[in-house]
Every structure is written in C-alpha cells, then in structure tokens.
Design a binder for this molecule. Sequence first.
Ligand code: ZN
Length: 134
Amino acid sequence: MADYDRVVSLSREKFEQSGPSVAELRDDTKSTKSDDVDIARMERILDLREGILAGDEYYLQKIVCECGRRLTMYDFVFTGLVDAGHSKSLIVHTFVGNKLVVNEARPIRCSACARVCPRPWYRMPQSYGCRPPA
Ligand SMILES: [Zn+2]
C-alpha cells in the first residue's frame, strides 16, 4: 500500500468482521488504547497540527517489550516510517481518510529501544486495522 488512491475500501460489514471484538479492544489485559499523550506524540511525528488525530480511538494488542515499554499505536506509526518506509502523508491519509482498510499484521519495532517485537493486531474502529495473526 504505497498510494492511498489505489487502496480499495472494504464494505462496513466486512470491515467489522475483520478485527478483534469490542470487548477485546476494551480489555486492558489484551489491548492498549492510546491516551492523549500518545495521540499527541503521533501528531508530532506525523507533522500534524495539534488535535487532528484526537477524537478517534487507537488500539494495539498488548505487547510489553523486553525493555519494559508497553507498546502503543505510536510504535506502530514509528515502525511504518522507519521499517516500511511509508510516507507521513500515506499514514495520515490512512488514519483520517474515508476508506475502510484492513491489512495483514506486521512485526512492530519498539520506539524506545528499537527491538523488533512480534506481530500485534492493531485497530482504529472508525477505519483501519489488521487481521489478528492466527
Ligand atoms: Zn523496547
């Protein structure tokens, strides 16, 4: 996925079937929800004005890195920039665009120590997520 123009949106029904349940997202033992500080960090790394990403929800499967950091969607954005070579524009468009997008899960890099961790699921209930790894 290198160009948002070429991304094909799923139907809302297919999108809803693709991810973890709402109960799983809300379960703090299974899922890490980005707080305001985490969202502000994502805005800064993506060169966005403050508040652009506020109001949406960002969940990452609970993973605690060996260094002690509990990974968040910020680490997912960091990984997309550093490892996948995605442009900031593509990530922003995927986050705030109107297409419903589901990708395969990918390894994630810890933004604190740069260690590569297993493939977590991630989910923005409004528009974006991945299939939980089998
Ligand atoms: Zn780490």
